[in-house]
Structures are given as C-alpha cells and as structure tokens.
Write a protein that binds this ligand. Structure first.
Ligand SMILES: [Zn+2]
Length: 314
C-alpha cells in the first residue's frame, strides 16, 4: 500500500476489493461442523424421542425455539395415528419450516425426527427387547443438519422457495407391528387431496447422514423414480468437492421419499448412508457421528440450492 495516498482513496479501494472478492466467489458459506455437532448433541441429550413420547415434546420445543431466531415461518401439520400395540391414537406433528414463504414454486428438504421406540436390531437380545434407542444418526442427524442450515438459508436466495419438513411417525414400529412413514404419508395425502397455493418441484430427503465414516451412494428407488434429480445432487457434490457422495448405486431403501413420489407425485430422492453399522442398535449414539459429516452433506445441499436447475427434474 502506498502510504502517500489520501486516506479516503485507500478505504475506497479496500471496499472495492471486498466487493470484487464477494462477486468473484458465488459459493455459499460452508456449514459449521462444530456447531452442527453441538445441535446433534443437544437433540440427543433429550433422550429417546419416539412419536407421542415426552422426549418428542421436548424436541418440538427445542426446534421451535431454534427456528424462532431466523427469518422463516414454522408451522405444524397435526394428525393422529393409531399406536401399533394399543390402537390408542398417538398425536403426531410434522413440522414445516418455510423460507421465502411467499414463493409459490418450492423445493423440499426433508428428514424424520422421531426415533424408533426400541433398538430392536441390537445384537444383545436384552437390549433389543428393552434397551434405550437414542437415534443420534437415525433421527437427530437430519434435525441437526437443518438447524445448522438455518444459519445459511436467509442469505442464500435460491431460485425457488425452500421448505424444511420434519416428519413425525417415520418408525413407530415394534418388531413387525406398525406402519412406516405415517408422517410422510399424511403430508403427501394432504398435498394431493387439498392442494396448497404452492407447488413442490423437488424433494431431497436426508436420513442417517451423520455417520462419522460417511459414504452416500445413490439409492436405487431414487434412481428409479427421479434419476435426473439424483444426478443434479451428485453434480453439486462434485462441485462442492465432497467425495463421500459416491456416484454409484448401492442399497434399495424404503423411506419417506416413496410416499412423496407415489402419493404426491413430487420427484423425491433419499440421501442415506445405509452402511451405518449401528442401525437400530443401542450404539446409535453421538460418538458414532461427526460434525464433519453433517457439514459435508450441508455443503452439498447449499451448493445444490444455490445453483438449482429449472425444476421439475425426474
Ligand atoms: Zn430407523
């Protein structure tokens, strides 16, 4: 810097430099791995959060408190679903968090936020029958990711409006008793029977994306139902330099993306690491997860949202 230049000239140059730097880097900000992991821990500290449980109530309050700090609109879609063992109605709530709520063309980012009542795949039979299932990856990871993404959505200004939807009742299942996907079936059926003023052009579902050894392959039902949407997300992963998104098919998973495709006709895909070794066991705890994994999935989604192609894609 030339020290003989007038002071105003120098600060003007610095401002111009800052503006040029901003303009030259259209990449969205990167998610904060430590903060995301802190959210995962906060959710898990509540304990089990199966549908209708006190833990689920506490989680709903935590989520409402969190998103109240951001410029978004939070609403509930409330319904009852029979308990698989007693038949007594269980009150369920899908939570919808809308960014740019006035936009009539929208994309959905979805996860489930209930946890399975029991760790019934635990190798220890006593645990499987009556152990504690915390759902750090299978439940809390999606919630934590969306809590972190809240720090980035307001400034992202994507081409379409964005809704986060957190499904209740994905797995209020005891052994082979119960119906999967109660929340997403309700959401998709309402969307079909009582079409809202807005349309959803695409949905990306995340499930079990916090595994500390993250590897996300292309899920086969997603490839069958919305292959171009899969391609666009993996292209965003390549641009974001996230090598844990592997552009090859692997597992076929039945998940909340199926009702969205089949009932609501919304092109929907599932991002899921189904090689997680602690699936439905008492070891699905925060120590098996990592903030770095959450941040990687977050950076793919931010890259995808900030460069959205014209939708819908199937
Ligand atoms: Zn599960």
């Amino acid at each position: 810097m030339n020290r003989y230049l007038p002071r105003g000239f120098v600060s003007g140059c610095i401002c111009l430099l800052a503006l040029t730097t901003l303009a030259a880097d259209p990449r969205p900000r990167q998610p904060n791995a430590d903060r995301a992991f802190g959210y995962l821990q906060d959710v898990c500290k509540i304990g089990p959060r199966y549908s209708g449980s006190p833990g689920m109530d506490a989680q709903q309050q935590l989520i409402a408190r969190h998103f109240a700090k951001f410029p978004c609109k939070l609403s509930y879609q409330t319904f009852d679903h029979p308990h698989p063992l007693s038949g007594v109605p269980v009150r369920m709530n899908n939570i919808i968090i809308s960014w740019q709520p006035e936009a009539t063309e929208r994309v959905l980012l979805a996860c489930h936020y209930d946890t399975r009542p029991l760790p019934d795949m635990d190798p220890n039979p006593a645990q499987a029958r009556q152990g504690r299932f915390l759902g750090a990856n299978d439940g809390a990871s999606g919630v934590a990711l969306f809590m972190e993404l809240a720090h980035h959505l307001a400034e992202l200004k994507p081409r379409y409006g964005v809704d986060f939807v957190l499904f209740d009742g994905e797995e209020l299942i005891y052994g082979n008793r119960g119906e999967f996907f109660a929340g997403s079936i309700h959401f998709a059926t309402e969307y079909k029977l009582h079409p809202p003023a807005h349309r959803y052009l695409a949905c990306v579902l995340v499930d079990m994306i916090g595994d500390r050894n993250l590897a996300i392959y292309q899920e086969r039902n997603s490839l069958k139902l919305a292959p171009k949407l899969v391609e666009s997300v993996w292209a965003a992963a390549a641009r974001a330099g996230v090598k844990e998104f592997i552009p090859k098919p692997r597992h076929e998973v039945r998940d909340d993306h199926l009702p969205l495709n089949e009932i609501a006709a919304i092109p929907a895909i599932d991002l899921i690491d189904f090689d997680y070794p602690h699936w439905h066991t008492s070891k699905d705890v925060p120590a098996q997860c990592s903030g770095a994994s959450l941040a990687k999935v977050g950076s793919v989604l931010l890259e995808w949202l900030s460069t959205l192609p014209e939708l819908p894609l199937r």
